[in-house]
Design a protein around this ligand. Structure first.
Ligand code: CP
Length: 316
């Protein structure tokens, strides 16, 4: 593995999950791997979990870490080629990424979509250019369309807690007051489609994900129907892909409650966080014993550490 942008960068998912679980048991076994190596973490958007867990993972491997909040501390970046930069952008990604590549051995980047132009966001232009010009391994800390470190932590969490070989996992849309990216849902779908689970997606009409990511997963428009016998429910809001970036429903009936849990096989409830209580998820769920949200967040360390370990082993 050179870059970690999507599940397609993973050669063997089962082996990678085992590697993460082994690191969880013995976090400091590979401290020699990161000696004198620098990880740069570049954020163009806010973060709590990704920032802290990836730093912790790198420290466990003996790496040095540099963090830059590019949106607040860096020059405004130009990404278009051939433009005369006589407006607000100060530095071109060609130079900025190339310079960062001189200081760092591996770079993690977070860059959310603008949710205005579907083609621009789904081309992953920013990430592709960053990979091209930085010339060092790149890890996605969440791109316009995917959040692979989150999905990897989610699959680790399911592996650790499942009570049957092939659990039923339901990805459900949840209401929200803002238009959010599709990245977490896209990513969860593409990882679940490669995992040994029965995977179902439920959302109101108009929230269909890009088929490239939802794959052959059945889409059930009736949430109660989808939740029947579920072992895991993955709760997430996303804005419309079809009517790009728009909020086409805010139906509060889609918020998961303890009443809805009665339809399930005592399902465990997952959410990547941050979560808006009382809108996306009921307090009674988040504070109840079925919630796995803190467990998932804790596993972000081991997903990041397994990826960093793999990149360090294969590229240096
Ligand atoms: N789940 C997640 O990526 O959290 P942050 O946005 O806080 O990093």
């Amino acid at each position: 593995m050179r870059n970690f942008i999507s599940v397609d960068d993973v050669q063997d998912l089962e082996t990678l999950v085992k590697s993460a679980l082994a690191l969880k048991k013995n976090p400091y076994n590979y401290k020699h791997l990161g000696k004198d190596k620098t990880l740069g973490l570049i954020f163009l958007n806010p973060s709590l979990r990704t920032r802290l867990s990836t730093q912790k993972a790198a420290i466990n491997l003996g790496m040095n870490v540099i963090v830059m909040n590019m949106d607040k501390e860096g020059w405004a970046l130009e990404t278009q080629d051939g433009v005369v930069m006589n407006h607000n952008t100060v530095e071109h990604i060609r130079e900025a990424a190339a310079v960062m590549g001189q200081y760092c051995d591996i770079i993690g980047v977070r860059s959310f979509p603008k949710l205005v132009d579907k083609e621009e966001d789904y081309s992953e232009d920013f990430f592709n250019k960053f990979i091209k010009y930085a010339n060092v391994p790149i890890i996605s800390l969440e791109s316009a369309t995917l959040h692979p470190l989150q999905s990897f932590a989610d699959i680790i969490t399911i592996e650790e807690t499942k009570t049957k070989p092939r659990p039923k996992v339901v990805l459900t849309w949840a209401p929200h007051i803002k238009a959010l990216p599709q990245a977490v849902a896209n990513s969860f779908a593409e990882w679940m489609n490669k995992a040994d689970v029965e995977f179902v997606i439920t959302h109101p009409k108009g929230y269909e994900l890009a088929q490239k990511f939802s794959g052959k997963a059945p889409i059930v428009y009736n949430q109660d129907e989808a939740l029947k016998n579920a072992d895991y429910i993955y709760v997430k809001n996303w804005s419309s892909y079809e009517d790009y970036g728009k909020v086409v429903s805010m139906d509060s009936n889609w918020m998961l409650t303890n009443e809805k849990l009665k339809l399930t096989n005592n399902a465990k409830v997952m959410h990547c966080l941050p979560v808006r209580r009382g809108i996306e998820l009921a307090d009674e769920i988040l504070d109840g014993e079925n919630s796995l949200v803190i467990h998932e967040a804790a596993n972000r360390v081991w997903s990041a550490q397994a990826i960093l370990k793999e990149i360090l082993e294969k590229n240096f």
